[in-house]
Design a protein around this ligand. Sequence first.
Ligand code: UD1
Ligand code: UDP
Length: 388
Amino acid sequence: MSNIKVMTIFGTRPEAIKMAPLALELSCRPGLEALCCVTAQHREMLDSVLHIFGLKPDFDLNIMQPRQTLSSITSKCLLGVEEVLEQARPDLVLVHGDTSTTFAGALAAFYQKIPVGHVEAGLRTYDKWSPFPEEMNRKMVGAIADLHFCPTVTNRDNLARENIAKGVFLTGNTVIDALRTTVVKDFTFSEKVLNEIDYVNRKVVLVTCHRRENYGQPMAHIMNALRRIADAFPETELVYPVHLSPVVQEAAHQYLDGHPRIHLIAPLAVDEMHNLMARCYLVMTDSGGLQEEAPALGKPVLVLRRETERPEAVRAGTVKLAGVEEEPIFLLASRLLSDQSAYDQMAHAVNPYGDGRACQRIADAIEWHFGLRSQPPEPFDGGTAREL
Ligand code: UD1
Ligand code: UDP
């Protein structure tokens, strides 16, 4: 019997971070032929991840344009992936999460009647405008997919409410697998300022903010709150690796330039990011991935959004929804910077999102699906408070 061809398709930084360890795991399985197609919806930020994981894609659609629109990404991905699928004829396509690449990749596979596996399935806010357009992307992929790899029980329950129960596996999130390979005790940063900061005596606030629904007024509020935090707490150093989106670059520089303790730096390579997170005091972010990584590293997170599809760490007490208004964001951060017991209550390591074995479970489930293994994988046990 010839090998089962499994093609991973991804295009942005977070998809790459969460799919690279899986692509590498699949390539070690003797019964499988692992193929990798990148749309390059992101270019530099994707290439940085590919480089860190030593992953060489078999196909690269190279679609990124400055200030690209959702329709242009989706249509270019759809046409590009169609050609790749016609050429490679995989037995299974794997997409990740909720980006435009994810949706278009799944749709292209569906049009050619190729089964689809959805990695990071079942996350929901139930608000189609937030996150935009991600909530609809993941719902539409959920409707197309044949295999659903859910990080958590909450995600599995969300799918069950949509009558999706077949082909569902509880695996944990592959981001925790990635995190296991990157964080080390002695790490030298390539960014000079990150080596100069005194992480013991200063309070380093790690910031990221990039979501489309935060463009405009919400981002202005967030940036104003960040500047006030830096002004009010002289012991802080704010480090903000700014996403390459021109909209985000403009907002960050407009509101935060010229402050001696606010460091606007280029996007970090993933190992740099994880090691900075491991050394910081507090994380303030609208990112999905950071909400999963920081709790595993015992760092409190203030989420700069109105909602989250990741309620597990909120329940565990290490993540708080701060919203997108200046005053509440400022007040919540002020409390964590001035009240040690409030800080201590949030700063404990929890791993509701994974145990570092998600890729193994997903590869096992695929082998089982294709009859290469007699048993499905044991489900992820839901996470514990143990350190990574
Ligand atoms: C995309 C995803 C979002 C995810 C985010 C991760 C969609 C609709 N959105 O949003 O879910 O959270 O990625 O970061 O799929 N750019 C560069 N170089 C890069 C990457 C981006 O210059 O390496 C610039 C380009 O001008 C590009 C712009 O950023 O047009 C926006 O990129 P895009 O992928 O459209 O949106 P994101 O906000 O990154
Ligand atoms: N990340 C990174 N460098 C940065 C910012 C983020 O490597 O400068 C990583 C981060 O650790 C996480 C992922 O990128 O693994 C999250 O990506 P992003 O915030 O762009 O997207 P989201 O998770 O919100 O979709």
